[in-house]
Design a protein around this ligand. Structure first.
Ligand code: FAD
Length: 377
């Protein structure tokens, strides 16, 4: 390993950015490493995505605290790269720039989101989970869940929403959820949640432990419209388990629907329900006062740091290389899938590429050490 230490800027203090800083610090003990984030506090979706009642997962952030107190990695918050500092300026001032900006926009469902302002009661899971987690940029002023809601999606974020929407005010309060958010979530109060997914039950992406955790919620009956498979998947087995052991009578109902493609939202300026269509043309119409989409995340339209805008024919996304000295890692590199630990493997892969590139560059033609200091506007 060369003794020459690069100056490194990492954009995004989520898990991918923090793991990358850990790996690069291990290789270059004297390198200047700065992590920039648009938020004033680090840790990305660990802070603003992971459900507040999943304390063990939230605690993963603690290991990253050491980066800033012990490992001499600098955190510069409240700095949006692309707005406060341009990417070009960062690339000029640092030898290595790593984009670890994640994917923060809720994916849109075709036909559900017409042009113009969304109807009252239509929410994305990103907005809801940020709000529940106290994100400073989100407001509960337009939140109205009502007595019946629909959650569209077959992944773990959908299950997080089911559990959080069924949580009592006391439980939410205990986990630090703000009073105005608790009031808005419990305005119905909620009597029924319909969870609707496009895939059949055996292809649903819920993790079985997430489904099993729902069994702990009191005063809920679970049902499903899915026919029993000949060889049920672990997810189907978990769903059957909570349906079979369901509480009756119960004040609230969660019904899981599988194999229904979203068609349209019913209502004008307020959500009144939604329709779905099965593969063989049957219609499912569900009345509801609100609708939450949990169908994944994507790049924010018009964002400066979109991966596609920075990719050229010389990029190698498989190893995170976008251009000379410019890399991407985490959800931005490989899409909005995978848990926090998956970003560690990702960070290792990209860090290896960074180290290999820098060391071989240093051998061939050492780059001049940059001395320019950053100025933020
Ligand atoms: C709602 C939700 C719940 C989840 N729950 C779990 C769970 O329970 N367990 C689990 O293992 N995984 C969970 N995940 C997945 C996990 O959060 C991701 O795998 C992980 O956060 C992705 O890491 P990342 O660093 O790529 O992106 P992020 O965590 O999104 O971090 C990106 C960072 O970049 C910053 N940033 C973005 N753009 C800019 C810019 N222009 N300038 C400066 N900074 C910028 C952001 O502020 C953010 O801090 C969940 C995901 C979501 C969406």
């Amino acid at each position: 390993v060369s003794k020459k230490s690069p100056r490194i800027a990492i954009i995004g203090a989520g898990p991918a950015g923090c793991y990358t800083a850990q790996f690069l610090r291990k290789c270059w003990s004297a390198a200047e490493i700065i992590i920039f984030d648009r938020h004033d506090l680090p840790y990305g979706l660990i802070r603003y995505g992971v459900a507040p009642d999943h304390l063990g997962t939230k605690a993963i952030a603690k290991q990253f605290d050491r980066l800033f107190v012990r490992d001499r990695v600098e955190f510069v918050g409240n700095t949006d790269i692309g707005t406060d500092i341009t990417l070009e300026q960062l690339r000029h001032d640092f030898d290595i720039v790593v984009l670890a900006t994640g994917l923060w926009s809720d994916r849109i469902i075709d036909g559900f989101h017409a042009k113009g302002p969304p109807p009252l009661g239509l929410y994305g899971s990103g907005y809801l989970t940020r709000l529940i987690n106290g994100h400073p940029g989100e407001s509960a002023a337009q939140l109205r869940i009502g007595r019946r809601t629909i959650i569209v999606g077959n992944g773990n974020v959908a299950v997080d929403l089911v559990r959080l929407l069924l949580s009592t005010s006391d439980v939410l309060r205990e986990h630090g959820v703000a009073e105005d958010v608790i009031t808005a979530l419990n305005d119905g109060p909620l009597e029924r949640i319909s969870v609707v997914g496009r895939s059949p039950i055996d292809a649903a992406k819920f993790d079985p432990p997430m489904i099993k955790e729902l069994a702990k919620v009191r005063d809920v009956r679970f049902t499903t419209d899915a026919p029993i498979s000949a060889e049920p998947s672990p997810t189907e087995t978990a769903i059957r388990h909570i349906v079979e052991r369901t509480e009756t009578p119960a004040g609230r109902l969660v019904d899981f629907h599988f194999g229904w493609t979203p068609e349209r939202v019913i209502g004008g300026d307020r959500v009144e329900g939604a329709t779905f269509r099965s593969g063989d043309g049957r219609l499912l119409a569900i009345p509801a006062e609100s609708l939450c989409t949990a169908v994944g995340f994507t790049e924010t339209e018009g964002a400066v740091l979109r991966r596609d805008a920075l990719t050229s024919i010389s990029s190698d996304i498989d190893t995170g290389r976008l251009a000379d000295g410019l890399y991407c890692v985490g959800w931005l590199r490989r899409g909005p899938v995978g848990t926090i630990p998956a970003n560690r493997a990702d960070a290792r892969l990209v860090s290896d590429a960074i180290i290999t590139d820098y060391e071989s560059l240093a051998l061939e033609d050492p780059r001049p050490q940059t001395t320019t200091r950053l100025t933020t506007s």
